[in-house]
Design a protein around this ligand. Sequence first.
Ligand code: BTN
Length: 244
Amino acid sequence: MNIKTDYENLKIKPFHTEETASTNDDAKSIALNGALVIADRQTGGKGRLGREFVSEKGGVYMSLFLDTETYDDTLFITSAAAVAASRAIDELSGKSSLIKWVNDVYLFGKKVCGILAEGVIENGKIKSAVLGIGVNLVKTVDFSGELKEKAGFIFETGDFNALREKFIDLFLREFLRLFFGGEKEEIYKAYKKKNYLSGKTVTFFENGRELSGKAEDIDRDTALLVNCDGEIHRLVFGEVNIKL
Ligand code: BTN
């Protein structure tokens, strides 16, 4: 693999493996600032909320280890990553992807990318973070069951190795620029513009109760604003489902 390592804000240290359980776990064990673990497939890919992330060949599975101690605000890692991933997908494919709050990227109504950021906490402080990203790049398998309805691929066919290298470079360039540059305003504006949920009716759980409302907007902290019968609910984390 030909991975570019010199970026303005960070020197990338790539580790490529054919198969591993989870690149997030590998990056955590390596624990080197700028370590980027890339796997061709994962046997125990992790999604948000304890879910499995199906990781067959044809996808990009990678995790970046970041020493975050010196940055004041690490909370926008995932929104910076969602914007960077969506922009990289657009540039690579010539299509327009959208971001489904909180950090999935959708293309033509199907999820093509998921992001899992994990904080590494020492003595009660976030010392470092692992940013994991999974992209369904080139179709190699037919998803079955629920995944078939929900998940898609960016390309039906294509030169996987070339596309993967290009995606990784586009993503890293944009993510590092947004994150290290502290470009919160730009992230907010891009996220708002790419909001897949805008105007859609969604359901979510609040204090054990299922609520339903219209997703209206994204605020400056990339919280989702949902109008439930005239009352605005501000969702900071968690998940919403689209009501069909
Ligand atoms: C989600 O959709 O809920 C998040 C998916 C994140 C998947 C990526 S693939 C690379 C990294 N390693 C993992 O085990 N998970 C992340």
